[in-house]
Design a protein around this ligand. Structure first.
Ligand code: ASP
Ligand code: MG
Length: 247
Protein backbone atom coordinates (compact mmCIF):
# COMPACT_ATOMS: atom_id res chain seq x y z
CA UNK A 1 0.00 0.00 0.00
CA UNK A 2 1.22 3.44 -0.91
CA UNK A 3 -0.13 6.45 0.97
CA UNK A 4 -1.02 9.91 -0.20
CA UNK A 5 2.53 11.28 -0.05
CA UNK A 6 3.84 8.30 -2.04
CA UNK A 7 1.49 9.17 -4.91
CA UNK A 8 1.46 12.91 -4.19
CA UNK A 9 3.00 14.10 -7.46
CA UNK A 10 3.63 12.79 -10.98
CA UNK A 11 7.27 12.07 -10.10
CA UNK A 12 6.23 10.15 -6.98
CA UNK A 13 3.76 8.15 -9.08
CA UNK A 14 6.60 7.24 -11.42
CA UNK A 15 8.79 6.15 -8.51
CA UNK A 16 6.00 3.98 -7.11
CA UNK A 17 5.59 2.44 -10.56
CA UNK A 18 9.32 1.60 -10.55
CA UNK A 19 9.13 0.06 -7.09
CA UNK A 20 6.16 -2.19 -7.82
CA UNK A 21 7.60 -3.50 -11.08
CA UNK A 22 11.12 -4.24 -9.83
CA UNK A 23 10.40 -7.92 -9.37
CA UNK A 24 8.06 -10.14 -11.31
CA UNK A 25 6.06 -11.37 -8.33
CA UNK A 26 2.31 -10.93 -8.75
CA UNK A 27 0.98 -8.34 -6.34
CA UNK A 28 -1.98 -6.22 -5.42
CA UNK A 29 -1.16 -2.57 -4.94
CA UNK A 30 -3.46 -0.41 -2.83
CA UNK A 31 -3.28 3.34 -3.42
CA UNK A 32 -4.53 6.32 -1.45
CA UNK A 33 -5.63 9.57 -3.00
CA UNK A 34 -2.89 12.08 -3.86
CA UNK A 35 -1.95 13.92 -0.66
CA UNK A 36 -4.28 16.78 0.14
CA UNK A 37 -7.01 15.59 -2.20
CA UNK A 38 -9.25 13.93 0.38
CA UNK A 39 -9.07 17.07 2.54
CA UNK A 40 -10.04 19.16 -0.47
CA UNK A 41 -12.96 16.81 -1.17
CA UNK A 42 -14.07 17.20 2.46
CA UNK A 43 -13.99 20.97 1.91
CA UNK A 44 -16.12 20.63 -1.25
CA UNK A 45 -18.64 18.43 0.55
CA UNK A 46 -18.80 20.88 3.46
CA UNK A 47 -19.59 23.79 1.15
CA UNK A 48 -22.30 21.78 -0.59
CA UNK A 49 -23.76 20.74 2.74
CA UNK A 50 -24.06 24.41 3.68
CA UNK A 51 -25.61 25.19 0.28
CA UNK A 52 -22.63 27.26 -0.84
CA UNK A 53 -22.46 25.99 -4.42
CA UNK A 54 -20.26 28.78 -5.68
CA UNK A 55 -17.53 28.11 -3.13
CA UNK A 56 -17.76 24.37 -3.84
CA UNK A 57 -17.41 24.93 -7.57
CA UNK A 58 -14.43 27.24 -7.06
CA UNK A 59 -12.61 24.58 -5.05
CA UNK A 60 -13.48 21.93 -7.65
CA UNK A 61 -12.06 24.13 -10.42
CA UNK A 62 -8.83 24.70 -8.51
CA UNK A 63 -8.44 20.97 -7.95
CA UNK A 64 -9.15 20.35 -11.62
CA UNK A 65 -6.40 22.76 -12.69
CA UNK A 66 -3.94 20.94 -10.45
CA UNK A 67 -4.83 17.51 -11.83
CA UNK A 68 -4.67 18.70 -15.42
CA UNK A 69 -1.11 19.88 -14.76
CA UNK A 70 -0.26 16.54 -13.17
CA UNK A 71 -1.42 14.49 -16.17
CA UNK A 72 0.59 16.60 -18.59
CA UNK A 73 3.67 15.81 -16.54
CA UNK A 74 2.86 12.14 -16.04
CA UNK A 75 2.39 10.88 -19.59
CA UNK A 76 4.59 11.20 -22.61
CA UNK A 77 2.27 9.25 -24.91
CA UNK A 78 -0.63 11.25 -26.42
CA UNK A 79 -3.06 8.34 -26.24
CA UNK A 80 -2.65 7.83 -22.48
CA UNK A 81 -2.60 11.55 -21.87
CA UNK A 82 -5.91 11.91 -23.72
CA UNK A 83 -7.50 8.88 -22.06
CA UNK A 84 -6.55 9.99 -18.58
CA UNK A 85 -7.52 13.62 -19.20
CA UNK A 86 -10.94 12.46 -20.39
CA UNK A 87 -11.36 10.32 -17.30
CA UNK A 88 -10.41 13.22 -15.03
CA UNK A 89 -12.66 15.67 -16.88
CA UNK A 90 -15.56 13.28 -16.27
CA UNK A 91 -14.58 13.11 -12.62
CA UNK A 92 -14.69 16.90 -12.26
CA UNK A 93 -18.00 17.10 -14.14
CA UNK A 94 -19.31 14.50 -11.71
CA UNK A 95 -18.13 16.57 -8.74
CA UNK A 96 -19.79 19.65 -10.19
CA UNK A 97 -23.01 17.69 -10.72
CA UNK A 98 -23.58 17.36 -6.98
CA UNK A 99 -24.40 21.04 -6.70
CA UNK A 100 -27.58 20.29 -8.63
CA UNK A 101 -28.78 17.53 -6.27
CA UNK A 102 -29.96 17.24 -2.67
CA UNK A 103 -27.10 16.74 -0.26
CA UNK A 104 -27.21 13.41 1.58
CA UNK A 105 -24.72 11.38 3.56
CA UNK A 106 -24.13 9.28 0.45
CA UNK A 107 -23.39 12.45 -1.54
CA UNK A 108 -20.64 13.21 0.93
CA UNK A 109 -19.22 9.67 0.86
CA UNK A 110 -19.33 9.61 -2.93
CA UNK A 111 -17.46 12.90 -3.16
CA UNK A 112 -14.80 11.64 -0.74
CA UNK A 113 -14.35 8.48 -2.83
CA UNK A 114 -13.19 10.34 -5.94
CA UNK A 115 -9.61 10.96 -4.76
CA UNK A 116 -8.79 7.25 -4.83
CA UNK A 117 -10.71 6.84 -8.10
CA UNK A 118 -8.45 9.44 -9.70
CA UNK A 119 -5.09 8.33 -8.26
CA UNK A 120 -5.64 4.67 -9.20
CA UNK A 121 -6.71 5.56 -12.74
CA UNK A 122 -3.67 7.81 -13.19
CA UNK A 123 -1.17 5.23 -11.95
CA UNK A 124 -2.80 2.33 -13.83
CA UNK A 125 -2.71 4.29 -17.08
CA UNK A 126 0.89 5.28 -16.46
CA UNK A 127 1.81 1.62 -15.92
CA UNK A 128 0.02 0.74 -19.16
CA UNK A 129 1.93 3.45 -20.95
CA UNK A 130 5.23 1.91 -19.86
CA UNK A 131 4.04 -1.53 -20.94
CA UNK A 132 3.12 -3.20 -17.65
CA UNK A 133 0.52 -5.97 -17.70
CA UNK A 134 -1.76 -4.34 -15.12
CA UNK A 135 -5.43 -4.54 -14.14
CA UNK A 136 -7.40 -2.00 -12.12
CA UNK A 137 -9.82 -3.76 -9.79
CA UNK A 138 -12.49 -1.43 -8.41
CA UNK A 139 -12.72 -1.57 -4.60
CA UNK A 140 -16.44 -0.88 -4.84
CA UNK A 141 -16.83 -4.32 -6.47
CA UNK A 142 -15.58 -6.24 -3.43
CA UNK A 143 -14.89 -4.06 -0.37
CA UNK A 144 -17.92 -3.97 1.89
CA UNK A 145 -18.97 -3.34 5.47
CA UNK A 146 -21.84 -4.93 7.39
CA UNK A 147 -24.66 -3.42 9.48
CA UNK A 148 -22.21 -2.63 12.28
CA UNK A 149 -19.88 -0.86 9.83
CA UNK A 150 -17.35 -3.66 10.28
CA UNK A 151 -15.73 -5.32 7.25
CA UNK A 152 -17.89 -8.10 5.82
CA UNK A 153 -14.99 -10.56 5.56
CA UNK A 154 -16.98 -13.30 3.88
CA UNK A 155 -18.29 -10.98 1.19
CA UNK A 156 -14.88 -9.40 0.63
CA UNK A 157 -13.17 -12.78 0.32
CA UNK A 158 -15.76 -14.22 -2.06
CA UNK A 159 -15.93 -11.22 -4.32
CA UNK A 160 -12.23 -10.41 -4.43
CA UNK A 161 -11.36 -14.04 -5.16
CA UNK A 162 -13.96 -14.17 -7.94
CA UNK A 163 -12.52 -11.04 -9.55
CA UNK A 164 -8.96 -12.40 -9.32
CA UNK A 165 -9.99 -15.83 -10.62
CA UNK A 166 -11.70 -14.20 -13.59
CA UNK A 167 -8.58 -12.09 -14.28
CA UNK A 168 -5.68 -14.44 -13.55
CA UNK A 169 -3.08 -13.33 -16.05
CA UNK A 170 -1.91 -9.97 -14.79
CA UNK A 171 1.41 -9.14 -13.16
CA UNK A 172 -0.09 -6.34 -11.13
CA UNK A 173 -3.47 -5.43 -9.73
CA UNK A 174 -4.15 -1.86 -8.65
CA UNK A 175 -7.02 -1.03 -6.33
CA UNK A 176 -8.38 1.86 -4.29
CA UNK A 177 -7.73 2.08 -0.58
CA UNK A 178 -10.21 3.68 1.83
CA UNK A 179 -13.41 3.28 -0.20
CA UNK A 180 -16.06 0.59 0.14
CA UNK A 181 -19.78 -0.03 0.07
CA UNK A 182 -21.98 -0.26 3.14
CA UNK A 183 -24.39 -3.14 3.82
CA UNK A 184 -27.01 -1.52 1.59
CA UNK A 185 -24.54 -1.13 -1.27
CA UNK A 186 -24.14 2.62 -0.89
CA UNK A 187 -20.71 4.20 -1.35
CA UNK A 188 -18.94 4.48 1.99
CA UNK A 189 -15.41 4.48 3.37
CA UNK A 190 -13.27 2.85 6.03
CA UNK A 191 -12.68 6.20 7.79
CA UNK A 192 -9.87 8.69 7.21
CA UNK A 193 -6.50 7.04 6.74
CA UNK A 194 -8.33 3.82 5.90
CA UNK A 195 -6.12 2.70 3.03
CA UNK A 196 -3.83 0.79 5.40
CA UNK A 197 -6.94 -1.00 6.58
CA UNK A 198 -7.89 -1.86 2.98
CA UNK A 199 -4.45 -3.41 2.46
CA UNK A 200 -4.72 -5.40 5.68
CA UNK A 201 -8.17 -6.70 4.79
CA UNK A 202 -7.01 -7.78 1.34
CA UNK A 203 -3.96 -9.52 2.81
CA UNK A 204 -6.12 -11.26 5.39
CA UNK A 205 -8.80 -12.59 3.03
CA UNK A 206 -6.23 -13.80 0.50
CA UNK A 207 -3.87 -15.28 3.09
CA UNK A 208 -1.05 -13.17 1.64
CA UNK A 209 2.53 -13.94 2.72
CA UNK A 210 3.14 -10.30 3.46
CA UNK A 211 1.54 -6.87 3.54
CA UNK A 212 3.82 -3.88 2.98
CA UNK A 213 2.68 -0.42 4.00
CA UNK A 214 4.82 2.20 2.23
CA UNK A 215 4.38 5.60 3.74
CA UNK A 216 6.19 8.84 4.55
CA UNK A 217 7.77 7.46 7.72
CA UNK A 218 10.26 4.59 8.07
CA UNK A 219 8.20 2.45 10.41
CA UNK A 220 6.31 2.64 13.66
CA UNK A 221 8.17 4.94 16.03
CA UNK A 222 8.50 4.86 19.78
CA UNK A 223 6.56 8.09 19.99
CA UNK A 224 4.59 10.49 17.80
CA UNK A 225 7.22 12.36 15.73
CA UNK A 226 4.80 15.23 15.18
CA UNK A 227 4.99 15.94 18.91
CA UNK A 228 8.26 14.45 20.15
CA UNK A 229 11.74 15.09 18.66
CA UNK A 230 14.26 12.37 17.79
CA UNK A 231 11.91 9.42 17.84
CA UNK A 232 13.22 6.04 16.64
CA UNK A 233 11.63 3.35 14.53
CA UNK A 234 10.91 0.14 16.42
CA UNK A 235 12.03 -2.98 14.59
CA UNK A 236 9.51 -5.42 15.99
CA UNK A 237 6.24 -4.85 17.83
CA UNK A 238 3.53 -6.99 19.34
CA UNK A 239 -0.02 -6.15 18.41
CA UNK A 240 -0.76 -4.82 21.92
CA UNK A 241 2.28 -2.55 21.87
CA UNK A 242 1.31 -1.23 18.44
CA UNK A 243 -2.22 -0.59 19.67
CA UNK A 244 -0.86 1.23 22.73
CA UNK A 245 1.37 3.44 20.56
CA UNK A 246 -1.46 4.21 18.18
CA UNK A 247 -3.64 5.09 21.17
N1 ASP B 1 -7.34 9.22 1.20
C1 ASP B 1 -7.85 8.83 2.48
C2 ASP B 1 -7.54 9.87 3.54
O1 ASP B 1 -6.90 10.86 3.24
C3 ASP B 1 -7.41 7.46 2.90
C4 ASP B 1 -5.95 7.31 3.17
O2 ASP B 1 -5.14 8.15 2.83
O3 ASP B 1 -5.57 6.26 3.74
O4 ASP B 1 -7.97 9.71 4.64
MG1 MG C 1 -3.04 8.78 4.37
Amino acid sequence: KFGGTSVGSPSRMKEVSQLITEDKQQKIVVLSAMSGTTNTLVEIADYLKKGNKEAANNVINKLRTKYMEHVKELYSNQEWLAKTSDFLEDEFMYLHSFSGTDFTETTEKTILAQGEMMSTNMVTNYLKEIGVNVKLIPALDYMKTDKNSEPDMKYIEENLKTILNENPDYDLYITQGFICRDYEGKVDNLQRGGSDYTASLIGAVLGADEIQIWTDIDGMHNNDPRIVDNTQPVRQLHFDEAAELAY
